[in-house]
Structure formats: C-alpha cells, structure tokens
Design a protein around this ligand. Structure first.
Ligand SMILES: Cc1ncc(COP(=O)(O)O)c(C=O)c1O
Length: 401
C-alpha cells in the first residue's frame, strides 16, 4: 500500500525497543516450531505471588474499575512513602509520589516534564535501551558516558567531567544496572553528587533492580552521599522486577513536589491514571510480605555462578560477574572478524543473529545498549535452559573460523 501520510520526525529518529523486538522474534520462531532457547527476556521467570493476584481480583470484585486519581490511589502512594521510610529511611509525602503505567512510563514522564529542546542528559553506557529514545522523544540529547569493562563498569569521575557541558540538565543512575548487573561505587556516586550539586543537575536514579543484588547488600545510593541531593533527585522504581509483576504495569517515582506535579500534568493528558485493579495489586505487594525477591534470588544465584564460570572458560570471552539484576553481559569481540559459511561476523548484531540462526539461542546485541563488543543474556530462565544454551553457544563459537 502507498504510504501517503508522512510520519513525525521524532518517530523516525528512534528505533523500536530492540529487547522487545528480539523477544517477539524468538517467540514467533518458537510458535512456528523452532527449538529456540530464549535469553532475551527482561522479566523474572516467576509468577506474580498469589496474595498479589488475589488483591487484583478482589479489586475488580469490589468495583475498583473506574478512573482513579491521576498520580495513583492515595493508599498506594502512602505505601510507597512507607516503603521508602521503612527500607531506606527516606522521607517523602504522598504528594511527592507518582504512580505510572510501569517504571518505563515514569521515566517517560520525567523527561517530558524536564527537558527542553537540546537539553543534554548524561547516560552511563552500557545503558538500558530505552533511556536514549525517551530523552530524544522529549527533545533532549542523550550523551553517553562510557564505562569500562576493566573497571567492572563503574563510573570514572574524570570521564564524567569530560562528558558534561553547560547544556547538561540531568544524569541517569541505574544501580544495579541493566545490562551489566554492575553497581556504581560510593566514590563514583560521590563524584556524581558533587557535580550535580555544583551544577544544578537533576539526578534520575532508576532503582528498579534494587532488591535483586548479590551478595545480599543494599546497593550504594546517591541519596546517601549528601542529603541535599533529595531536592534534585527523582527515584524511579516499581513492582515489575521485585514482585514479578511486569504485565501489571505499575511503576512509581518519588521526587521534589514541583517535578512530580509537572509529571502529573503530563500523565493527566496522556494515560490519565495507571490501571486501577493493578494499583490494588501493587498495594498488596508493597504492604504484604517482602520476602519474594529473596526467593527469586535463591534461584538466580546458582544460574549466575554457572553462566559466568562457563562463559569465562571460553577462550577469548570475558564476562564481568553481575552484582545485581539477572543478566550476564559477555564480551565476544575476540570473535569479531571470524566467519561462518563465508559470512563474516563483525559486530554484536551479527553475533546475536548468528546465535539465533545457528544455535537457536535468542540474546540481545550489545549495540542496543551502546556497547557493541557485548551480547546480553538473561538468566531469568531455568538452569536446564542455561546449560543447554551454553552447549549451543560454545559449539557455535567453535564453528567460527
Ligand atoms: C533498567 C530498567 N529500568 C526500568 C525498566 C522498566 O520497567 P517496567 O516498565 O516494566 O516497570 C526496566 C525494564 O526492563 C529496566 O530494565
């Protein structure tokens, strides 16, 4: 069909989420009968706990099926305030909380509320795939701050200094990070905090993986560096990863009231409010037993050990051991330039395609995360799948000449 209607520049500048695209391709191949092992998914391989599902069902039976307040129901915002106090000793009021349609939507609201055309946002790279396009959709300019594998993907203050300009408005911290699973050190956070205070940057701290850390420690947090930072920081979090609730689409932000108010204005003109029954389910998650992330971690831990050990045993492959989340991010660049059946593999997209076509293993190319030497594998899948996947990956790499 002829494409008579042209599209907005803003949409032609961005690509669809590559992680969701790979996942959809893997699922379609599987549905067509291919024996695909899927390592591309960014969600826990656990069902939402029963008491949370029950609260969602009860909410429907109780008639919570209408619009709610734009920033979310009062009880849920109070529950977020309670968790921030109870778990981290931080003080917020319900007016400083916005509930959104997933953490992703919270970030979208932040950038829409904050950025003007040409405003720069510092994004440590490797980064989560959605940060740069979300900044671009708001008219901003994403500026990658490179992190080195040999530093365990910690941030180097000198490099940060070099990336900052007088157009910098904000910096994103993702502790633990997707895709590396790494944590920023206290030293790195202190450098960020100092520069943010001196230059008036907004700090966006994406804490969505905070309950999934190895060892069992709370990750260092930017707000522990200097209490004054709370006036220029927005915390982004949600129930998707901690409570295996990815499909319920509930995230939340906590920050200065004028920023949350601006985000509410954006939300009021876009989604109105997050799904009402899902908010009641999230309320049960935040006010009920908090042991679920530990149950998931018990399953994730041996998978992480096996995956990292098996990957790093392959000649030429390096892999930083993740301190959080459920991804490994091995470096395959030693294999770039090699070929299979006359086809050269020169980058992470070609490598991930090769794994999918020849090994029937779905992964996400590092290029999507701003790091082309790497490929991301999620270990939110069973140990059997990981064992079989590693056999296939090794075989595929050995077949390259
Ligand atoms: C780093 C990071 N932040 C935020 C999100 C958004 O989570 P959701 O929108 O599913 O709540 C994700 C999901 O993959 C993520 O990896």
């Amino acid at each position: 069909m002829a494409e008579i209607i042209s599209l907005a520049n803003r949409v032609t500048r961005i690509a669809p989420s590559p992680t969701l695209a790979v996942n959809a391709k893997a699922k379609a191949l599987k549905a067509a009968g291919a024996d695909i092992l899927n390592f591309s998914v960014g969600e826990p391989d656990f069902d939402t706990p029963e008491h949370i599902c029950a609260a969602g069902k009860k909410a429907i039976d109780d008639g919570h099926t209408r619009y709610t307040a734009v920033p979310g129901i009062q009880e849920l915002r109070e529950a977020v305030v309670y968790r921030l106090k109870e778990d981290h000793g931080r003080h917020y009021t319900p007016e400083q909380i916005q509930v959104s349609c997933g953490g992703k939507h919270g970030l979208y609201n932040i950038f829409q509320a904050l950025l003007d055309q040409g405003d720069e946002v510092l994004i440590p790279a490797p980064y989560w795939v959605s940060y740069p396009p979300m900044v671009q959709l708001a008219g901003g300019v994403p500026v990658a701050v490179p992190l080195a594998e040999q530093d365990n993907f910690d941030l180097d203050p000198d490099i940060l200094e070099r990336c900052a300009t007088d157009r910098t408005r904000a910096i994103i911290i993702n502790n633990p990070a997707n895709p590396t699973g790494s944590l920023f050190s206290r030293r790195a956070l202190e450098a960020i905090g100092k520069m943010a205070l001196e230059r008036g940057w907004l700090v966006v701290t994406d804490d969505i993986y905070e309950t999934i850390t190895y060892p069992d420690e709370k990750p260092p947090h930017i707000l522990d560096v200097d209490a004054r930072l709370q006036d220029q920081t927005v915390i982004l979090n949600g129930v998707s990863k901690s409570f295996a609730m990815t499909g319920w689409r509930i995230g939340y932000s906590a920050g200065p009231q004028h920023i949350i108010k601006a985000m509410n204005k954006i939300q009021s003109q876009s989604t109105s409010n997050p799904c009402a029954p899902a908010q009641y389910a999230a309320l049960a998650a935040l006010t009920g037993p908090q042991g679920f992330p530990a149950v998931m971690k018990q399953a994730f831990l041996p998978r992480r050990e096996f995956f990292v050990a098996d990957l790093t045993a392959i000649e030429g492959v390096t892999c930083v051991k993740p301190n959080g989340a459920f991804y490994v991010f091995p470096n395959f660049s030693a294999y770039y330039g090699k070929s299979f059946n006359g086809k050269k593999i020169n980058d992470s997209v070609a490598m991930a395609d090769y794994f999918l076509d020849e090994a029937k293993v779905a992964s996400v190319p590092g290029a999507a995360f701003g790091a082309d030497d790497f490929v991301r594998f999620s270990f939110a899948t069973s140990m059997e799948v990981i064992r079989e996947g590693m056999i296939r990956i090794k075989k595929a790499l050995a077949a390259l000449g």
